[in-house]
Unconditional design. Sequence first.
Length: 131
Amino acid sequence: MNTLKGLETWHEFVKNKNHENLGDFLDDEAVLYSPIVFKPIEGSFMVSMYLMAAAEIIANNNFKYVREVCDDENAMLEFVTEIDGISVEGIDMIKFTKEGKLKEIKVMIRPLKAVNVVHQKMGEYLQKMNS
């Protein structure tokens, strides 16, 4: 089952921040729908940049998944975390290819305070990566 294979790789990435295999895990045409960027982020290189930043900012030591709902090609993973004392709740909606690669991820975050802190921290992190 492609979802199980993909989920195993996804959980490994989130837990260990293992960036080395991320390129192999992402479909070439991967798309990320961010809660803070209006346009979809397209292509494995750009998606990997944002996922690496999110792994550091959102999937910090307070991060944990609290629910998973899956079918043959989709996974909806509800998470909670805390960033700078602000409680963050969210959902990763992931679609996998037949081979278990990440094809699409849509991240939803609430409440507004959480969206704002994620926006600020992701911006700072991505700016550091690009300088």
